[in-house]
Design a protein around this ligand. Structure first.
Ligand SMILES: [Zn+2]
Length: 206
């Protein structure tokens, strides 16, 4: 098998440890560049978890997947966390955060549906993100206004126990706006694969 990022053969090198024990879609060298960090946070009182610090290697992989359309990378993000996450999320439905219709069409695939698909759990996409709300184009004040730019689809049905899922958490404004659309009677949890520390990572999120 070949590493999905650099293309080198996994287990085919002189790296005995990789040959015998390595269970991953990336080679050891590429995976070592990711910073595993089981970070906990709260948004509007709802507890959240993430698995990685958003660094250069994560950013490169996410851009290749999300912006350059390399769908083969979908399973790379949660692969090493999949058993833990299935356990953490048990009994819950994964509620995926929305992309704008414009972005969905540009990509041709729902990147979160593919990314979280490796967990084999129930998923739903009840939100709509209105056009012109791509965060990187927005200033701080406008990001606050994004609260009005996400809404529930008219026929949306939200299960009683959910995990709000995203690839990345930056300011938390998108998640906060999603929480504002939901009843507080729902048992909620948040998960983002990576988080950007408050002082920034130096890498512009895609
Ligand atoms: Zn590699």
């Amino acid at each position: 098998m070949r590493c999905l990022m650099c293309g080198s053969a996994i287990g085919g090198s002189a790296d005995l440890c990789e040959t015998l024990f390595w269970d991953d879609l990336l080679c050891r060298k590429c995976r070592k560049q990711w910073t595993a960090d089981r970070h906990r946070f709260r948004i509007s009182g709802v507890r959240g978890y993430s698995s990685y610090l958003y660094n250069q290697a994560f950013s490169k992989c996410l851009i290749q997947y999300k912006e350059l359309g390399d769908e083969a990378l979908a399973d790379v993000f949660l692969f090493r966390e999949r058993k833990r996450l299935r356990h953490l999320f048990r009994g819950r439905t994964l509620v995926l955060m929305p992309s704008t219709a414009e972005k969905l069409q540009e990509r041709g695939f729902s990147h979160l549906q593919l990314m979280f698909g490796c967990l084999g759990m129930n998923m739903t996409e009840p939100f709509v993100k209105l056009p012109g709300t791509e965060q990187k184009r927005l200033g701080a004040v406008q990001r606050k206004q994004i609260m009005q730019r996400i809404r529930l689809k008219e026929d949306a049905e939200i299960p009683d126990r959910i995990v709000l899922c995203d690839d990345l958490i930056t300011t938390g404004s998108t998640l906060r706006s999603a929480l504002n659309c939901l009843s507080r009677d729902i048992d909620m949890m948040i998960y983002a694969c990576a988080y950007v520390p408050e002082h920034g990572s130096g890498h512009q999120p895609p």
